[in-house]
Ligand binder design. Structure first.
Ligand code: GLY
Length: 573
């Protein structure tokens, strides 16, 4: 009781500040947001169906398939391949991902097509002679895990798809034959120009006279057209055993990478049991390991559910308890989680309400709890998420990744697609700080054939009657977990509309480094000072936190929101 009282007092203190007379329309719910925060979403509505992705052309590809009578998985395959063409920094046949899918009848499944370490990968392969981490897990041929996306897309289509496979890849082939580059994507390529210029095939694929294609230029990708046509004709066979496999292996041999024909032949997408959470009468499905997304979000929500009501958004009291919940969940994430085929994880205990009560009891309502020395997670942010609801009511929540922007930087010569640098999601130097000063755990150490731990959290939320309420996900490394969690909290606890829930400023804490990150202009100076007085080390992020793609049920159908932090696209009908 004393704890709740203290929270309410701190919360009222800031909540009573007089409202600013000017600025953008206020965010709905009980939010306390400084006038410096001006981001607002542009929601899109649709009566029957909705697609939201990080690129308007990929979104259009999904809608095209839905309008032809395709279902959510058909559209997901079309969007996935289209993103390979139009969003090369994150999309993705050289990478991997996860789908959480719910049929209109209520069956929920989770598909894991995460990359795996090549068989020859070893525990210390990314350490130098002095035992210190090198950048080989991030840049170049050694950084790549065996790609999972083509196998994953095909597996999802085999189980749920309704339109012919080739018809789902047709929009991507059309886009690869030529599409107009917009300013966001031109900027993305420009900012990673140096990485791409290091590798001859990437230079040819992405740069024009060593520069990014300018906005408005038509970009033709003939190698990628051929690759997509092969996948369209022959499915995953050609990628994992045939001509494309040969090209990947030749690329590995050219640059000293480890992926072999055997690694590719052995790759399998895996169906997993989704994480099922309950929160204040709602049901939430998310991704189980090899992603940490569902478990970590579950721990955060379970801790917060024990408070009858949460303080108002943006107040020190709110930021404090959400941060403390994040801290505790990430400590467990970093210690326990890894590839379920390699490590035993106490998932039942971590997700129990009684364990959450123990963690909650340790939260001091007025002071931050310093994180003890722990394993912690690294951060790479160039992932992408898309959310789809079809006119039958099936939903697909899909997050895919190359890991860093443009992955390893290596394009498969002659095949026109980038390879991931997902090996950096392993604990490359267990027990030692990595190049970000972080220390990671043995459960996520490198081993041949193992899947590196992810933070991706494609999620589906049901209302208290068990009906589809929301489809949500984001890129952002560890901030994926905290961003998705905050959008859910904003809707369910802060009573924001979905557009406001997505636009609202976000915070992040991942146990170590022991810092509470906030977006520029997202917290008032008074709130930051109050939190510092409570012992929080407040750190303004250089960029923003997450790029949410979300859909919510409305009285008239669906609302789709592409995060105003990036140039994505929502389209419904
Ligand atoms: N590569 C980002 C993630 O899987 O979490």
């Amino acid at each position: 009781m004393r704890k709740i009282l203290a929270l309410v007092i701190v919360s009222l203190f800031v909540a009573c500040a007089p409202p600013k007379p000017t600025g953008p329309a206020p965010i709905s719910g009980r939010a306390v947001i400084p006038a410096t925060w001006t981001l607002r979403s542009r929601p899109v509505t649709g009566r029957h169906a909705m697609v939201v992705s990080a690129h308007p052309l990929a979104t259009q590809a999904g809608v095209e398939i839905l309008k032809k009578g395709g279902n959510a998985i058909d559209a997901a395959v079309a969007v996935g391949f289209a993103l390979e063409v139009v969003l090369p920094d994150a999309g993705n046949i050289g990478g991997g991902g996860f789908i959480v899918h719910r049929t209109a009848g209520g069956e929920v499944t989770a598909l894991d097509y995460r990359e795996t370490a090549p068989a020859a990968a070893t525990h210390n392969m990314f350490l130098d002679a002095g035992g210190n981490p090198t950048d080989k897990s991030e840049i170049g041929h050694l950084a790549s895990g065996v790609p999972g996306s083509v196998a994953g897309m095909y597996e999802a289509w085999k189980k749920y798809g309704s339109l012919p496979w080739a018809s789902l890849i047709a929009p991507a082939i059309r886009l690869a034959q030529g599409h107009v580059v917009d300013s966001a994507r031109s900027r993305d390529i420009r900012s990673d120009r140096e990485l791409l210029a290091r590798f001859p095939a990437s230079r040819v694929q992405f740069l024009v006279s060593d520069s990014a294609p300018p906005p408005g230029a038509t970009w033709r990708q003939p190698d990628l057209v051929r690759t997509l046509q092969l996948i369209s004709d022959s499915g995953p066979e050609v990628f994992y055993k045939g001509q494309i496999a040969d090209m990947i292996v030749a690329e590995m041999q050219r640059g000293g990478g480890l992926i072999t024909k055997d690694d590719l032949r052995r790759y399998r997408a895996k169906w997993r049991t989704p994480i099922k959470l309950t929160y204040r009468g709602h049901t939430i499905y998310s991704m189980p390991p090899a992603s940490s997304g569902g478990v970590t979000m579950g721990e955060i929500l379970n801790i917060l559910e024990g408070y009858d009501t949460l303080p108002a958004f943006g107040t020190p009291a709110y930021v404090h308890i959400v941060t403390e919940a994040m801290r505790r969940a990430f400590i467990d994430r970093n210690r326990w989680l890894g590839d379920p085929d390699f490590v035993d994880m106490p998932l039942e205990r971590l997700l129990s309400k009684s364990y959450a009560a123990t963690l909650r009891a340790q939260i001091d309502p007025t002071h931050a709890t310093p994180t003890p020395p722990q394993p912690a997670a690294g951060e790479a942010t160039h992932t992408t998420h898309y959310s789809i609801v079809d006119s039958m009511g099936n939903a697909a929540s899909v997050t895919t990744t190359l890991n860093g922007g443009f992955g390893s930087g290596v394009t498969v010569t002659g095949a026109g697609f980038l390879l991931n640098n997902e090996m950096d999601d392993f604990a490359t130097a267990p027990g030692k700080p990595n190049m970000y000063g972080l220390v990671q755990g043995e459960a996520n150490a490198v081993a041949g054939g193992k899947r590196m731990l992810s933070a991706m959290a494609p999620s589906i939320v049901l209302d208290s009657a068990g009906n589809l309420q929301m489809v949500v996900g984001t890129p952002g490394g560890p901030t994926i977990i905290t961003s998705v969690t905050q959008v859910i909290l904003n809707v369910l606890d802060q009573h924001m509309s979905l557009p406001d829930a997505v636009a609202a400023p976000r915070i992040h804490h991942q146990a170590l480094p022991d810092q509470t990150y906030y977006e520029r202009g997202g917290l008032s100076d008074a709130t930051v000072r109050a939190l510092e007085a409570m012992g929080h080390k407040m750190e303004q992020r250089r960029g923003t936190s997450g790029i949410i793609a979300a859909i919510a049920k409305t009285a008239g159908g669906w609302v789709g929101v592409a995060d105003p932090r990036y140039a994505g696209g929502a389209l419904g009908f």
